[in-house]
Ligand binder design. Structure first.
Ligand SMILES: Nc1ncnc2c1ncn2[C@@H]1O[C@H](COP(=O)(O)OP(=O)(O)OP(=O)(O)O)[C@@H](O)[C@H]1O
Length: 237
């Protein structure tokens, strides 16, 4: 289970800027939620607060029945995808994927089982003994996904920033994520400035403006107009 509940969440940066205002949202287990809104509307701040990279000014974040702020960021059952995925280029693919599990001192057979399973899922089984520095960017991205996958995260957080400059990487990552969502039943939160993408991949689309949620749209119930436009009849997001 991985229900996420945001209760009256707020963020004021130290310089006084109010980035997120009183956001409440319930994300159900196994949803793929896309956050869409103009630059600076607070989407990434919400993701960073969930991930523990940013402190919360007010409100609460719950993961199922646990208050997330009680769990140190490194112990949260979350995975985050970022542009710089910190792979060790001189280690091979297997070593990179297994690294987190070895640090946690999991039994070797369990590590082997998880690494193999992730590699098959991501289609990189043939690459296990290759050094990361010899891989293409797409395969490196998959190794990074593999490293997250083997830790069995309940929730995946992705900011589109991670591949803003490379369209091919981005499309590949999104299709891998969709498979992870459909086949591994993961809860995924994805932040984007591209409405078409938000609708294509999201099961729920959260629209934001000026630090607030303005609409929550269920993909299954989108009108023809909402399928192509974030803007309502009054011209607002
Ligand atoms: N450390 C900070 N100090 C002050 N203001 C900040 C800080 N980080 C972000 N902000 C401001 O908070 C607002 C929300 O930022 P955030 O990155 O969450 O927006 P976003 O919706 O994800 O935008 P983008 O699509 O450009 O990434 C922006 O106006 C940003 O300038």
């Amino acid at each position: 289970m991985a229900d996420i509940t945001l209760k009256n969440l707020g963020k004021i940066y130290p310089n006084g800027f109010v980035s997120v205002k009183d956001v409440s949202l319930k994300i159900k287990d196994k949803e793929l939620v896309t956050f869409y809104g103009p630059h600076g509307c607070g989407k990434s701040t919400i993701l960073r607060m969930i991930g523990g990279l940013e402190s919360i000014t007010s409100g609460e974040i719950w993961l199922d029945d646990e208050l997330l702020s009680n769990i140190p960021p490194r112990d949260r059952p979350l995975a985050m995808a970022f542009q710089n995925y910190k792979l060790y280029k001189e280690l091979n693919v297997h070593e990179n994927i297994a690294l987190g599990l070895k640090l946690r001192k999991l039994p070797r057979p369990e590590i082997e089982f998880r690494v193999k399973k992730a590699a098959v899922f991501l289609g990189i089984s043939e690459l296990m003994s290759k050094k990361v520095r010899k891989l293409s960017e797409i395969d490196r991205q998959r190794v990074a996904l593999g490293r997250a996958l083997v830790c069995h995260p309940k929730v995946f957080l992705i900011d589109e920033d991670f591949s803003r400059q490379n369209e091919m990487l981005r499309v590949q990552m999104l299709s891998d994520l969709r498979r992870m969502h459909e086949e591994l039943d993961m809860t995924i939160l994805y932040v984007t400035n591209n409405y078409e993408e938000a609708v294509k991949y999201g099961t729920t689309i959260v629209l934001m403006k000026d630090g607030e949620i303005t609409d929550i749209r269920d993909k299954a119930n989108l009108t023809d107009y909402q399928k192509i436009s974030p803007v309502d009849a009054d011209g607002n997001i």
